[in-house]
Design a protein around this ligand. Structure first.
Ligand SMILES: [Zn+2]
Length: 77
């Protein structure tokens, strides 16, 4: 599921759009009968800030939607 995520550059504060793939990861749970799936976003490519060039997202680093400075953009994707 391809989505566009808005990510705030931690360095300069510029908002960037990042192409991501929505994936669910399983959260370890003390109750084995209950599966807890956490929605995360996997960047498709290394994304750099348009303004300062700092790398803000990498494919190996999954983004949790709760992460500060991240907002979902439902109109695109
Ligand atoms: Zn920046």
């Amino acid at each position: 599921m391809l989505r566009k995520l808005r990510m705030k550059c931690p360095s300069c504060g510029h908002w960037n759009r990042v192409s991501v793939n929505k994936v669910f990861i399983e959260q370890p749970n003390p109750e084995p009968k209950v599966k807890v799936l956490i929605p995360t976003y996997e960047p498709l490519e290394v994304s750099k800030c348009e303004k300062c060039g700092k790398v803000i997202a990498e494919p190996k680093e999954l983004i949790k939607i709760v992460k500060e400075g991240c907002s979902f953009e439902p109109k695109e994707g």
